[in-house]
Each structure stands twice: as C-alpha cells, then as structure tokens.
Design a protein around this ligand. Structure first.
Ligand SMILES: *Cc1c(COP(=O)(O)O)cnc(C)c1O
Length: 404
C-alpha cells in the first residue's frame, strides 16, 4: 500500500485519500466489495488472520469474513483518518453505534466517564440510561478536572454542541482531563472546520449520517483515533457486529471529495440566514458562532476555521410559534438530521432531545422556543423567503391569539 501524503491540503486529501491503492489495482473509481466471506487459500493462515482480527488487528492475508474486515470500508476509514490527522479510523453502522463502541471500549479501562452537556439527545440518553454499566458524572466545561476520579476512563464533549451550538475550548478540556482520554463529537464541525486530534484529543467521533454523507441517504458513524484505541474499537466491532455496510462506506467515500465545498458553501448561506434571523421581530435569540458576541473564548480561527452551517434560534412566540414555522416552511424540510445538501429544520425539545431529562434539557438551553436549522446548498435568498413567510404566519397567528 502506498503511503498517504499527510502534507497535502485538506481539499486534496478529500479527493485522493484512501484511494492510493486503486492505481495498483488497475481501477480508477472506488470498487465496492460486497463479499460476506473470503476464500481461504491456507487453513493455517486463515486461522491466524481471524485470530488477529478478533483481537482488533488487521488481516494477515485473507480478510476471512466481512464482519471482521471489509476493503471498501477500510479505504474510507483510511481517508477519514488522514483528514482528521489521526493514525486510524474505525467505521460503524451509525453514529450511535460508534458512541456505543467507544463507551464499551472505555468500560474495559474503568467504570466512570465524565460528560459535558449539551450532547446529542441519543448520546445523552445512552449515558443516562446506565445500559452500558458506566457511571456518569455530568460536569460543566470548567468542572471537568474536579469530576475526574481514578477510575475515569473517558471525558466526552461535543463542540459545537447539538443543538445549541455551545462551544467548548478543547485545549482547556484536554488540559483538565490530564491523562484521561478525551472524546469529541465533531459531527457539527467536520474535519474541514475543526481537527481536535491536533489539540490532543484522543477520539474524534462523527455521525457520518450528517455532513460526511451529506446527501441524506446514508446512516453511519466513524471514530478517528490512535492505533491503540482503533484496535480496541475494532475488537468491540468484531464482537458486537456493529459494522458499516460496504455500500454505505462506498457512498461516504464517493461524497468525500465535495465535503470541503459543501461545508463552505453551506456555511456561507448560514451566515446570511443567521444575520437576517437576528434582526427579525419574531426571533428573540439566534445561536450561531458567526454572529457578533457569540464567540467569547475566541475559538473561531483558533479552534474552528468557521462557524459551520448549523444554528439554533428562539422564537418570542415559544412552542406554538415554532410549530407554526415547522408546519409552514415549504422549501425547507421539517425533519430531524442535519448536514445534508438540503435545508432541514426541527424542534429539539420535542424531537432530537425529547429523551433528555427535562431539567437537564432546560439547563443546557434546549427550551420549548428553540428551533434548530441546518442550512443546505440552496440559494440563501430562496431559503430566507421561505423562512420569512413561515415566521410571518407564526406572528399573525400570535397576533390573533393576543387579540382574542
Ligand atoms: C446524529 C448525531 C449523532 C448520532 O448519529 P446517528 O448516525 O444518528 O446514529 C451523534 N452525535 C451528533 C452530534 C449527531 O448530530
């Protein structure tokens, strides 16, 4: 296998990473290997290969069986690892499968994790459920050091966080965590805008369902990390069967070359929408790192290359106004998920974060008046016209309500 060139810019990596072997194979486009099993030329070698992979290693010769290793998935993992500046990456069947695998691997090292809210609703639900037998301390971003115990196996943060866009300073998190490995959910930022490995973070997780897939047709998760953790994660994957299907890996890899373009164009559109929302009479607050005063720690430029294309905003009319907006948008789709080429709008308290403890939800800013918007590649003018007419309907309904 030819060596990946990590000196290349992220745009070039997006186009070429994980494709180094194609030339040797005599093909130009990515092949899809759908084999569930692989021929064994030699029983001894096959057995040794299986044993290596069962321990989280890579195949020695035959991949043996597709739950243990798949070349299509492995090429995508190599590409993502390179873009995150990590030694390796391990892909899973969904973002939550990736979170689960990280926590199961952490469980092998200690019974306790420290987590900072807000997190994605599903991650919060998994941690709060106790299902994996881990004890969780919920800490504020500045209280991580105080929450660490001798048996703490992992610190979990998300930045920018889903859904409030709250940002944590990763240099500070890593410093507070000391020897304890830090996991960052980098779904919102993507490797285009933020590379936590460079800041000393050990595990960088993505719901690849979002920006990495980008087209709303793949469910996947991936973790970029060092060799040791990758080995442990692969071991969990072999044992639990949380694999990514090779067709999904193919789609993710196929979409990777346009990731930098998509992220930047969506971000430019989001900036326009956020600025207009901030001036709209129906809106009481907009949470978007690209607006004045929203980056008090100076993380834009230092930690993030840009604000991204997600925002949250609060409506003066509360839940009722939010439901009108959800019902009245026509170009935007009222739907959960994010990071797609098309614009999606949703209500976190009622949907993605419904499963979070209500007191914790309110405390982390996920109020009943909060909406989350993921800006796609449409013209910002068309998007704004759509949002503006929906906001006008929400205001009109409220005026009728007050007049009554
Ligand atoms: C969607 C999401 C997840 C979960 O990923 P799935 O692919 O839906 O399982 C985890 N973290 C964040 C930040 C997300 O937005």
């Amino acid at each position: 296998m030819s060596k990946p060139n990590t000196a290349l810019s992220i745009e070039t990596q997006a186009v070429h990473a994980g494709r180094e072997v194609l030339h040797e194979q005599g093909v130009h486009a990515l092949p899809i290997d759908l084999s569930s099993t692989y021929p064994l030329h030699d029983l001894d070698e096959g057995g040794r290969s299986l044993e290596a992979m069962a321990m989280g290693g890579l195949p020695i010769g035959s991949p043996v069986y597709s739950r243990l290793y798949n070349p299509t998935t492995a090429r995508y993992e190599q590409a993502l690892a390179q873009m995150e500046g990590a030694e390796e990456a391990v892909a899973f069947g969904s973002g939550m499968a990736a979170v689960t695998a990280c926590l199961m691997a952490a469980k092998q090292r200690g019974g306790h994790v420290v987590a900072v809210r807000p997190l994605y609703g599903g991650t919060d639900h998994l941690l709060a459920s106790g299902m994996l037998g881990l004890e969780v301390t919920w800490a504020a971003a500045d209280g991580i050091a105080a929450a660490i115990r001798p048996d703490t196996a992992m610190v979990i943060v998300e930045t920018p966080a889903n859904p409030t866009l709250a940002m944590v300073d990763l240099d500070d998190v890593v410093r507070q965590a000391g020897k304890v490995p830090v996991l960052v959910d980098n779904t919102f930022a993507t490797p285009i805008l933020q590379n936590p490995i460079k800041q000393g973070v050990t595990l960088v997780l993505h719901s690849a369902t979002k920006f990495l897939g980008g087209h709303g047709d793949v469910l996947a998760g991936i973790v970029a990390t060092n060799n040791d953790w990758a080995t442990e994660l692969r071991k969990v994957r072999v044992i639990t069967g949380n694999v990514l299907h090779p067709l999904a890996a193919y789609l993710l890899h196929r979409g990777l070359p346009t990731l930098p373009l998509r992220v930047r164009a969506q971000q430019a559109g989001a900036q326009v929408i956020a600025e207009r929302l901030a001036r709209h009479p129906a809106v009481s607050a907009v949470h978007f790192p690209g607006l004045p005063g929203q980056d008090p720690k100076g993380l834009l430029g230092r930690q993030m290359k840009g604000p991204g294309s997600l925002m949250a905003f609060e409506l003066k009319g509360g839940f009722e106004a939010a439901s009108v907006v959800m019902a009245e948008v026509k170009l935007m789709t009222a739907a959960v998920s994010l990071g797609s080429v098309d614009t999606l709008i949703q209500h976190p308290a009622a949907l993605t974060h419904r499963v979070v403890d209500p007191a914790a939800r309110e405390h982390s800013g996920v109020s009943q008046s909060l909406m989350r918007l993921s800006v796609g590649l449409e013209s910002p003018e068309d998007l704004w016209a759509d949002l503006e007419q929906a906001l006008a309907k929400a205001m009109a309904k409220q005026a009728v309500g007050t007049a009554r």
